[in-house]
Design a protein around this ligand. Sequence first.
Ligand code: NAD
Length: 298
Amino acid sequence: MAKIGFIGVGNMGGPMAQNLIKDGHELKAFDLVGQTLSRIVNAGAAQASSPADAASGVEAVVTMLPAGRHVSDVYTGSGEVLASIDPGTLLIDSSTIDVATSREMHQAAADAGYEMLDAPVSGGVTGAEAGTLTIMCGGSAETFVRAKPFLDVIGKNIFHAGGPGAGQAAKACNNMLLAINMIGISEAFNLSDALGLDRQTLFDIVGTASGGSWALSNYCPVPELVPTTPANKNYNPGFTGAMMLKDLKLSQDAAQSLDVTSPLGAAATMLFSMYCNGGNDGDDFSGIIRMLRGSKVE
Ligand code: NAD
C-alpha cells in the first residue's frame, strides 16, 4: 500500500480520496476550505498544512482542482509541489483543465525529473463515490502502467488516450457532448410536459429507444425519475453550472484555435453562460432545464 498526497478534496476529490483510504492507502490531504478538509480527515486522512506538505514524503500525488490556474499554482506556483516532492514521486492530475496548461505541467514535471499523467474523470459524484469513474489518461505508456493500480481504485473504465494532454482533449469532447445532451433531454421533457405525456412513461420509452443516453439514464434533469440525481435535491451539485461552462469554454477555445466547426457546442456555451449569469452558477448544471422552461420544474 502506498503513501499518497491528495490535493483538492471537494465534491469529486473527497469521495475519490475516501476510496483510496478504504483500499488501504495512507493519505495526506490538503484543501483550501477547512470544512472540506475536515471531512476527509474524519474519514482517515492525515491533515496537511499546505499543498507542499501533502506532496512531500509520498509515492504519488493526486490533484483534483477546479481549473488550470489552480493546477499550475499548486504544482509550479505558490503551492510549491514540484519543489517539495521526493525523487520518483508519481504525479496524477485528475482535474479537468485546458490542454495547454496540462502540457505545461507535464513539461515542468519532466524538466524536474518526474513522471506525470493527466487523468481527468467522468461519472459525477455518484461515480466517484462508487469508484466507477471513467478515467482518460495522457502521458507515456510507462507512466500509465505505473498509475493504473491507483486509478483502478477510483475508476472502472480506464483509458490511455495518448501523450501529454490527451486525457484533457478526450474530456473536453466528452463534456461538450454531455452539455449538448443535457440541453436536448431538457427540451424533450419540456415538450412532453406540454404535450401531456407522463414523465415516467417518456423516461421508460426513451431509455430503451434511439434517444436514450447516459445523461438521461443516470443524470435525468427531471426530479423523481432517477433517485440519486441533483434534480431530487433542488439541483444542489453534483457538477456546477460554472464547471460545465468552464469545460464548454475549453472545448470552444480548442475548436476555434483548430478551425473546427462546433455550432451545437457554441450554442451550449451561450446557454450555460446565460444560466450562470442568471445566478445559477453554483447550482447543478442539470438545473438548466428550469431556465429552458422559463420556470421551476415542479
Ligand atoms: P469542487 O469545487 O467541489 O472541488 C475542488 C476543490 O479544490 C475545492 O474543495 C477547493 O477548495 C479546492 N482547491 C482549490 N484551489 C486549491 C488549492 N490551491 N489548494 C488546495 N485545494 C484547492 O469541484 P469538483 O466538482 O470536485 O471538481 C473538481 C474537478 O473535477 C474540476 O476540474 C471539475 O471540472 C472536474 N469534474 C467534476 C465532476 C463533478 O461531477 N463534480 C465530474 C468530473 C470532473
